[in-house]
Ligand binder design. Structure first.
Ligand SMILES: Cc1ncc(COP(=O)(O)O)c(C=O)c1O
Length: 383
């Protein structure tokens, strides 16, 4: 049996009729951009997540850029981020002209390492931290990082693109953040039918500014208070997302159950090379990814063998940010700083993700696991 890395279709089937009815109404009323479905989705999202303010925008990358601009960050500012994250985290910092300060990851929770962050600030003061919550959980030291940033007067922007539904110390991460961004890219936990994103904040003034910035800096139809962006959500997407929110509990449960099945299978594996990474004890995860690291094996060959057997696998992420060619150029220009970061490279060289999605069955997990253990026996050692 082939198992896709992600199956977007199955969990959406029960929504089709209701979504199509809303889309017919969008067409009939020409509700296309920033119309009533967008306002409804924003209200639904606030009610569902318990956050104070929510501003929708065109995608999760824009959500990051808009946040940095709204907070006045730009040239001359040093913004820290981990050396392993999705490229957009880096892009946003460079797009506003700030200096990206890359920081090593923690080998246990795989998130930005707090001690390395403090060291970066000691080396030269930071103005902000862009903190992604990756793979379906967050740093075990999230509280300490938040408090430290506040005490040091460092702005903290949490990149929660992958973090819908995660709780830390029993509080939803989105609720606990001063500013957090989210992505509704189709493969995300709440994945839309096209690109989409948004910013959550506790600060009314910041929310107002973000709303203006996402709409050209408009104060009236042809009047502007800022040089903004065109980053608005469309009504087809917003109506689709409202329906997804209604079933989000079952989507989350199904992902978490899938990860639990992998954990049970992994517990019976007698192979010390393989580690399954799970959320830290103080964090309730959302089952976004099944993250395994495997030592002493040619990880690309392992992935290729599994794909040959019809099992969709990914490697999130196969390369550090500091090894990407644009960063090497930025480092020469002094707009990126990247000290020696052993944990980041070690993780990228050993990570593999097995299929995990809402609606995955136990049989699909077992099939993937069997292909994984078979490939482990055959794959060569680290080249
Ligand atoms: C950690 C992280 N940040 C930012 C983004 C960017 O989101 P989008 O693809 O919606 O622009 C993503 C999504 O891919 C992500 O995973």
């Amino acid at each position: 049996m082939a198992v896709p890395f992600i199956d977007l279709k199955t969990p959406l089937l029960p929504l089709q009729e209701a979504v199509l009815a809303d889309w017919a109404s969008c067409l009939a009323n020409t509700s296309f951009v920033g119309g009533p479905y967008v306002r409804k989705f924003e209200t639904d999202f606030i009610r569902h997540t318990g956050i104070s303010h929510f501003v929708s925008c065109a995608n999760g990358t824009d959500a990051l850029t808009l946040s940095l601009v709204a907070l006045g960050l730009g040239p001359g500012h040093r913004i820290a981020l981990p050396d392993v994250t999705f490229w957009a985290t880096y892009e946003a910092i460079r797009h506003v002209g700030a200096t990206a300060v890359l920081v090593d990851i923690n080998a246990d929770d795989l998130q930005l390492d707090f001690a390395a962050l403090q060291q970066a600030h000691t080396d030269e003061p930071l103005h902000a931290v862009l903190l992604p919550h990756l793979y379906g959980w967050c740093s075990s030291e999230l509280s300490a990082i938040r408090t430290w940033c506040e005490n040091e007067q460092i702005m903290l922007i949490e990149d929660a693109a992958q973090a819908f539904g995660i709780s830390f110390n029993n509080t939803p991460v989105l609720q606990g953040a001063e500013v957090a961004t989210i992505s509704f890219y189709p493969a995300k936990v709440i994945g839309g039918c096209m690109d989409g994103g948004g910013i959550c904040t506790r600060n009314q003034e910041l929310a107002d500014k973000l709303r203006r910035l996402a709409n050209h800096g408009r104060t009236a139809h042809y009047a502007y208070s800022e040089t903004g962006f065109n980053s608005r959500m469309g009504d087809l997407q917003a109506s689709f997302l409202s329906h997804l929110l209604n079933i989000s509990e079952s989507l989350l449960q199904s992902r978490v159950q899938g990860l639990q099945w992998y954990a049970e299978l992994h517990a019976s594996l007698a192979d010390s090379r393989v580690r399954l990474h799970i959320p830290p004890g103080n964090c309730m995860g959302n089952g976004y990814l099944a993250v395994f690291t495997v030592q002493d094996v040619d990880i690309e060959e392992l992935a290729a063998q599994m794909r040959e057997h019809g099992i969709g696998v990914a490697r999130t992420y196969p390369m550090t940010i500091s090894a990407q060619p644009p960063v090497l150029q930025d480092m020469q220009a002094g707009t990126a700083v990247a000290p020696y970061m052993p944990q980041a490279a070690a993780f990228c060289n050993s990570v593999i993700n097995l299929p995990l999605f809402a609606g995955i069955t136990r049989d699909q997990v077992i099939e993937s696991w069997q292909a994984f253990t078979a490939a482990l026996k055959q794959a060569g050692t680290t080249p």
